[in-house]
Write a protein that binds this ligand. Structure first.
Ligand code: AMP
Length: 213
């Protein structure tokens, strides 16, 4: 199974992707994670990527398509979860071509619907465990012991440089201008499914499972 998780920043794509990795042996392909890794590389490309990400704008299609192409050459396991990719129509077309060339297809595009007011609150309180990636929130999901990950015991909590109100506003603008047209695109292809991203995490998991089973 190959699926896309589609939705604005803070919709819960990463959290749901991680659950699918654990329960279905799928492979999470998050272009955001790949780019965060690239920006620490100390290269000129990494520096450019860092500036673009911090401003809340989109990195060029060429760069992200290249990153995805590389990952698709590896292990396929229980299928791919595209998390944060595609974000533009050219990226969507490139993905269709890449999958077709591999003899694979998209099984579902799951749109996680949320309203903007909720996103500001979610994003500005968000932090993650730098060791295992578990996602926490200052108000709604604090670790049992402050600074210690419930899941892996790590103490390396991280906040993203772009998880602030100014960057978020720009990221939302980019989402509505460039990514939200994909909703119509996949609807027209008969692949779009929608879940309520504001429901409790368990309920969102169940809604996604109902689509995949
Ligand atoms: P994310 O972790 O998915 O929220 O992505 C963080 C940032 O990485 C975005 O705000 C963009 O600057 C960049 N980014 C991630 N995925 C893409 C993509 N598919 N196309 C362009 N830029 C991306």
């Amino acid at each position: 199974m190959n699926i896309i998780l589609l939705g604005p920043p803070g919709a819960g794509k990463g959290t749901q992707a991680r659950h699918l990795v654990e329960t279905r042996n799928m492979i999470q392909l998050s272009t955001g994670d790949m780019l965060r890794e690239a920006r620490t590389s100390g290269t000129e490309m990494g520096r450019i990527v860092a500036d673009v990400m911090d401003s809340g704008q989109l990195v060029t299609d060429e760069i992200v398509i290249g990153l995805i192409r590389e990952k698709l050459e590896g292990d396929r396991a229980g299928g791919f979860i595209f998390d944060g990719f595609p974000r533009t129509l050219p990226q969507a077309d490139a993905l269709a071509e890449l999958l077709a060339a591999m003899g694979e297809k998209l099984d579902a595009v799951i749109e996680m619907q949320v309203d903007d007011a909720a996103l500001v609150a979610r994003i500005t309180g968000r932090f993650t465990c730098g060791d295992c990636g578990e996602v926490y929130h200052d108000v709604t999901h604090r670790p049992k012991v402050d600074g210690v990950c419930d899941k892996c015991g790590g103490t390396n909590m991280k906040r993203r440089a772009d998880d602030n109100e100014d960057s978020l506003r720009q990221r939302l603008m980019e989402y509505y201008k460039k990514t939200s047209p994909l909703i119509g695109y996949y609807y027209a292809k008969g692949q779009l499914r929608t879940v309520d991203g504001l429901a409790e995490i368990d309920d969102v998991q169940k809604a996604i499972a109902a689509i995949l089973d």
